[in-house]
Design a protein around this ligand. Structure first.
Ligand SMILES: [Zn+2]
Ligand SMILES: [Zn+2]
Length: 317
């Protein structure tokens, strides 16, 4: 069954870590970690709505500037999550540049920064029209493990030990909606952008008795419209199945506490992306650098019962 989320590592496993997750039924994507981003096109990066920075070691955060530069001058709202002291790191990045002309731009870039602590989270907004001065005081929320909760998916997080707090992430798709080709054929409906709206309507649990607008347009012709009862359309062309779980864990020491929390977070994932920075024979080095060994990564995957494992963030050793 195809999921709506198609995660892929941004770089090869020896280069900067990072996961790009486009959402197929929306022009939208998520990013876990902001390392080197030059392998992503501007088109990919412009889709990003939520960014999660596991911690601010350079290889996980240097891409912030690339993203900022691309988004500047556009009407865009973006959410960026990070661990303790993340707010001041983002502020430091923003204050490194001169913004005397951006307030004259017609468009506004709004950056919501969310800093995660053990039980609390702080949120602040930085906008280009205010020269990226912080909005008033940070808002404080309780944090109980969930960072994002939308109709179609949620993202949970846990703070692990990398000698600094490091965020591990799990994306859970509530359920997956697939389109049945034969159903489309029977109803003589073409594929097109209306299917994205149809999927959105399923996630929004729209009224089954309401008519749903199906529309398409051939080149040089008028737009064709048909209205079909939403419940009927759903029955004929949608197949709904359990969603996927995608977990991302990197830059943690292989301590018993970290391993227990990582296993818990990754439990029953369809995809686990996990660092395997060092080989087992270099485990002393791994301890010293607060990283996992390949053996520990494999152990976490096995104990969590994950279906597919992808290892990355290899040390050049
Ligand atoms: Zn790293
Ligand atoms: Zn690190």
């Amino acid at each position: 069954m195809r999921s709506s989320f198609h995660p892929r590592l941004i770089n090869d496993p020896f280069a900067d870590p990072g996961l790009f997750i486009p959402v197929s039924y929306e022009r939208r994507a998520l990013i876990f970690d902001l390392g080197e981003l030059s392998n992503l096109s501007a088109r990919d990066l412009l889709k990003v709505s939520h960014v999660f920075v596991t911690h601010t070691h350079m290889d996980h955060f240097i891409g912030f500037d690339t993203l900022l530069r691309l988004l500047l001058g556009r009407d865009k709202e973006i959410h960026i999550f990070g661990p303790s002291s993340f707010m001041e790191k983002v502020e430091a990045k923003l204050s490194a540049y001169t913004w005397n002309l951006v307030e004259n731009y017609e468009n506004n870039l709004s950056i919501h920064v969310i800093e995660i602590h053990r039980e609390r989270a702080f949120e602040q907004r930085f906008e280009s029209r205010n020269q990226f001065e912080a909005s008033a005081k940070p808002q404080e929320h309780a944090f109980e493990g969930n960072l994002v909760s939308e109709q179609s998916f949620s993202i949970d997080a846990v703070l692990l030990d990398h000698k600094v707090d490091c965020i591990a992430l799990a994306l859970k798709e509530n359920y997956s909606v697939n389109i049945v080709k034969e159903g489309l054929k029977e109803l003589q409906l073409p594929v097109g952008p209306w299917l994205s709206e149809f999927k959105r309507a399923i996630y929004a649990q729209c009224d089954p008795d309401k008519p749903f607008r199906v529309f398409w347009k051939k080149r040089g012709e008028e737009t064709v419209e048909r209205y079909i009862r939403f419940g009927e359309l759903k029955e004929r062309i949608a197949r709904i199945s359990p969603g996927q779980k995608i977990t991302y864990i990197t830059d943690i020491i292989g301590s018993p506490e970290n391993i227990a929390k990582a296993v818990d977070l990754a439990s029953q994932s369809h995809h686990l992306f996990i660092e395997a920075a060092f080989l087992d024979k270099d485990r002393e080095m791994a301890r010293k650098k607060y990283h996992l060994t390949a053996r520990e990564a494999g152990l976490i995957a096995a104990m969590a019962g994950v279906k597919e494992v992808c290892v990355f963030h290899f040390s050049p050793r």
